[in-house]
Design a protein. Sequence first.
Length: 117
Amino acid sequence: VQLVESGGGLVQPGGTLTLTCAGSGFGNSRYFMTWYRQAPGKEREFVASLDSEDGSTEYGDSVKGRFTMTADAVFHTVYLQMDSLKLEDTGVYYCSARQPPYAYIYWGQGTQVTVSS
């Protein structure tokens, strides 16, 4: 499995940015796709997840109502639309994938998001 994130960049507070995670090597298996982020000096934080079995999503409390995670028809590419961005959304955003029931997590290389005026 390989994951490649893109779409990061510099955006002003209140702006919108959409991240993409292009995955390959999944086959037809069920996967949990998850976005995490890590700000400088802080621990990695859960942002959003999507279950490829039914498309259901979950969000971290700090992004609920502002971020939306979606996937393409075969769930090999996932997106994270980030609206109403805040300064505290700054960080490196990572895409991950886990095939249940296995514990191993695949990671992308990350993409930098900077929210600044």
